[in-house]
Design a protein around this ligand. Structure first.
Ligand SMILES: [Zn+2]
Length: 81
C-alpha cells in the first residue's frame, strides 16, 4: 500500500489534489495516514528522539490545509502550530 505515500510527497500537486488524495488515503489507511511523511525537512527531533513534521514548510502547510479541507481531524504531530 504505497500509493498514498508517493503521491503525498509529490511537490507539484496543488492543494485541491492533495486534499482529494488525503481523503482517499484516509478511507484506505484510516489513522495510519498520520504515519505518512510530507515534510520537506528531515523532521524536527523531539525530546523522546522521535522525528515530527516541522509544520511550517510548504508541504506541511499543504498537508494541514488539506486535512482541514476534507474535515479530517489532523493527528499529525507538528513542531510549530
Ligand atoms: Zn515541514
Amino acid at each position: 500500500m504505497c500509493a498514498p505515500y508517493a503521491i503525498i510527497f509529490a511537490p507539484i500537486f496543488i492543494a485541491q489534489a492533495v486534499a482529494i488524495v488525503i481523503k482517499i488515503g484516509y478511507e484506505i489507511l484510516g489513522d495510519k495516514i498520520f504515519e505518512t511523511w510530507s515534510c520537506y525537512s528531515n523532521g524536527i527531533d523531539t525530546k523522546d528522539g522521535e522525528k515530527i513534521h516541522c509544520g511550517i514548510c510548504e508541504s506541511c502547510i499543504n498537508r494541514r490545509r488539506a486535512f482541514r479541507k476534507v474535515s479530517i481531524d489532523d493527528k499529525t504531530e507538528y513542531a510549530n502550530h
